[in-house]
Design a protein around this ligand. Structure first.
Ligand SMILES: [Zn+2]
Length: 124
């Protein structure tokens, strides 16, 4: 049974310049594997699934395990941003405290942007 679920809403857009950086030289797939590998090393399960049009991604605690669902039909760039966004929810403690959902979404977008910019600069 899921305890909490957060979603990256369809209107949660990747800033254009960041999207270009993620796309350069096929970087999106490398970033996605890097982030999902790190997530799984922390015991966070990442699954690409059919989100049935509800959202592009979500995170939940299921039977004590953190699980991130990513829309399988999204572009590689969208998947990278969604994964960074959902990881940010986990690391910002939003699964434990989500009293201000709008603020949590802004914080997760902000943290995802910083993380991905840093990874692009590091040329992961
Ligand atoms: Zn979110």
């Amino acid at each position: 049974m899921s305890k909490y679920i957060y979603s990256a809403e369809p209107e949660s857009q990747i800033p254009v310049i960041l999207n270009q950086r993620i796309s350069e030289r096929g970087r999106a797939k490398h970033l996605y594997h890097f982030l999902s590998g790190n997530a799984q090393a922390q015991g966070i399960r990442v699954m690409e699934i059919d989100m049935e049009g509800l959202c592009s991604a979500a995170v939940a605690t299921i039977a004590g395990k953190k699980v991130i669902g990513i829309e399988k039909t999204d572009s590689a760039e969208e998947k990278v941003f969604s994964l960074a966004h959902e990881l940010s929810h986990i690391h910002l403690g939003h699964l434990e405290n989500h009293s201000d959902a709008d603020k949590c979404e802004r914080q997760a977008d902000f943290a995802a942007g910083i993380l991905l910019r840093a990874l692009c600069l590091a040329a992961v």
